[in-house]
Design a protein. Structure first.
Length: 117
């Protein structure tokens, strides 16, 4: 029974990511209406990153002894958002109570801006 529950939870998570994150599986950030919107969102994501993430991942997101390099990570936008919201047990805190969905999307855009150079 426990094994079946774990399998169902895993299938629900990865299956849901495949369905809900299908449009974001590429390495590019989600589409915006204008370059000005993108610039604003990236700036907001940068501010949020400095306040919430930089103390572990470094100011440049290239990682530290405590946390991995986020510039070279290749994961879907849905996975990035999931980890930000839910954390990683024993490694990264949850931010679902602190950050709103718009904040999480701003962080995703900021991280993609680092990959573009």
């Amino acid at each position: 029974m426990s094994a079946a529950s774990v399998l169902m939870l895993g299938a629900g998570f990865w299956g849901g990511e495949m369905l809900l994150g299908a449009e974001t599986k590429s390495d590019s950030a989600p589409a915006l209406t204008s370059a000005a919107d993108e610039k604003t969102l990236v700036a907001r994501g940068h501010d949020l990153f400095l306040m919430n993430c930089a103390h572990c991942h470094g100011d440049d997101a290239r990682g530290t002894d405590e946390a991995p390099n986020l510039v070279t990570r290749r994961v879907s936008n849905a996975r990035i958002a999931f980890v930000i919201k839910n954390g990683i047990k024993g490694e990264m805190p949850r931010f679902n109570q602190k950050l709103h969905d718009e904040d999480v999307q701003a962080l995703v855009h900021f991280l993609h801006s680092l990959k573009r150079g």
